[in-house]
Design a binder for this molecule. Structure first.
Ligand code: AMP
Ligand code: ZN
Length: 436
């Protein structure tokens, strides 16, 4: 029988044993983290030692770590080993300018590569595959993170990098690419380039699966991508603070994203009270590294909103599943007293067949009122100068968005290809409101 799991003993470990392993590793992590300036001080102030932990629930005795903590202690405050032991850093600049940085030693890079290999294997990637990694290499973790995972798994890797769609297509054809990884917002554009070259990825490539991640997207967006390419697209979740890709991943059954609980403790908390919510309820994802030496991070508030899927998966893996990320608490905007997540608007748009893949949400002050102005690209063939058709589509979009967010938007249809695309992760929300 062919191999089903990358590491059967870990992936199917019974929950009791898995929790025992987590408790052991949490103790080790606390000891290791105590070497850093940040945690040394924090543990002393809160009288925390590895002995404080006797069960998995005891993690709640530990304080949270925030992005601000990482910024305030930039660059070395969280490092738990000497500089000479570190072999790589990844850093994100964020929007406010102060960067955050994560250091890794040999052990960390090997462990991360293994997690990414395990993730890819669970989605069905095998040694025989030719895997083209279509995303930025460098400080962004999607490039090297997947690269090491593909190599560890043993598939043939094509480190294609981001952009240059004509070249991406040529690589796919020259080497018979069977699997790709890309961010979802790029794949609509890549498909258009296929079309403009007179090609169809369904017929003119050997593609058999895709991995998509790194940015929020709805189930309908995924379905559209799967239809465009005629193959399954598996959701990959990760964040630099927890390494990058390889944190949680969909297996072949696509029931949710298995979180690798031998390497991370996951908690879902109410973002206001910071108390745990019940399985199945949406809250903020909080994560703890369990297998990192150079820079362990404990109870990191990711700001990502999701829930634990309270079901078992048919694949037999015992690691629990996360639902797709519904948004980030810091993406939420308040307009006319209503709380809105951009993903709610994407959810509406991607259900309407005439709508293309690009949209932009602009928050504007018009005549002293705050308004949501949604620019929507239509499918290439839809943008005809027929007033009746366009006004019907506009009405439908306005109605459906209002139903979803309880605020009537101003909808502006724009011609296919006119919304500028950002390099890397899509930026779709622009707040131009005049603040009083
Ligand atoms: P970075 O550390 O810069 O790569 O960004 C990590 C963030 O990207 C996460 O905290 C999420 O907000 C987002 N992200 C990554 N993967 C996914 C995914 N599969 N679905 C939704 N959001 C994601
Ligand atoms: Zn599964």
């Amino acid at each position: 029988m062919s191999k089903v799991y990358w590491e059967k003993n870990i992936e199917t470990l019974n929950r009791k044993e898995l929790q025992k392993l987590q408790v052991e590793r949490l103790k080790t992590t606390i000891n290791q983290a105590a070497n850093s300036d940040f945690y040394k001080k924090q543990f002393a102030e809160n009288k925390i030692t590895a002995e404080s932990i006797n069960s998995i629930e005891d993690i709640q005795k530990l304080p949270f770590t925030t992005k601000q903590d990482l910024r305030d202690n930039f660059p070395y405050g969280f490092r738990s080993v000497q500089q000479k032991e570190c072999i790589r850093l990844h850093s994100s600049s964020g929007t406010t300018g102060t960067p955050t940085v994560i250091f890794h030693n040999q052990h960390d890079i090997a462990s991360w590569a293994n997690l990414t290999a395990r993730s890819l294997f669970s989605a069905g990637v095998r040694e025989e595959d030719v895997f083209q990694n279509i995303c930025g290499y460098g400080l962004f973790t999607g490039g090297l993170g997947f690269q090491y995972g593909i190599e560890r798994l043993g598939a043939l890797s094509i480190p294609a990098g981001a952009g240059n769609s004509i070249r991406q297509i040529k690589l796919m054809q020259d080497y018979g690419t069977t699997a790709i990884h890309a961010i979802p917002s790029y794949l609509g554009h890549l498909h258009e380039v296929f079309e403009s070259e007179g090609l169809d990825p369904k017929k003119d490539t050997k593609l058999r699966l895709m991995v998509i991640g790194a940015e929020p997207h709805t189930e309908d967006t995924r379905r559209r991508i799967e239809e465009l390419y005629g193959v399954k697209a598996f959701n990959s979740f990760g964040l630099s603070e927890m390494n990058g890709p390889g944190v949680a991943f969909e297996c072949e059954y696509q029931n949710g994203l298995h979180i690798w609980e031998d390497s991370y403790i996951v908690e879902i908390v109410d973002p206001k009270t910071l108390q745990p919510v019940a399985d199945g309820e949406i809250g903020e994802l909080v994560m703890t590294t369990l297998d990192r030496q150079a820079m362990p991070i404990i109870r990191y508030r990711t700001r990502d909103l999701t829930r634990i899927i309270p079901r078992d998966c048919s694949c037999g893996r015992t690691h629990r599943m996360l639902d797709r990320i519904t948004g980030r608490s810091d993406d939420m905007f308040i307009i006319k007293g209503c709380n809105v997540f951009p993903m709610q608007i994407e959810g509406v748009l991607m259900k309407i067949p005439e709508v293309g893949n690009e949209y932009r949400i602009n928050l504007e002050t018009i005549n002293k009122n705050d308004e949501v102005l949604v620019e929507v690209e239509l499918q290439r063939e839809e943008f005809r100068d027929e007033y009746d058709v366009l006004s019907k589509i506009t009405k439908k979009i306005t109605h459906d968005i209002r139903d979803e967010i309880l605020v009537k938007p101003i909808v502006k249809l724009v011609e296919h290809g006119t919304i500028p695309k950002s390099e890397g992760k899509a930026v779709r929300l622009f707040d131009h409101r005049i603040k009083n």
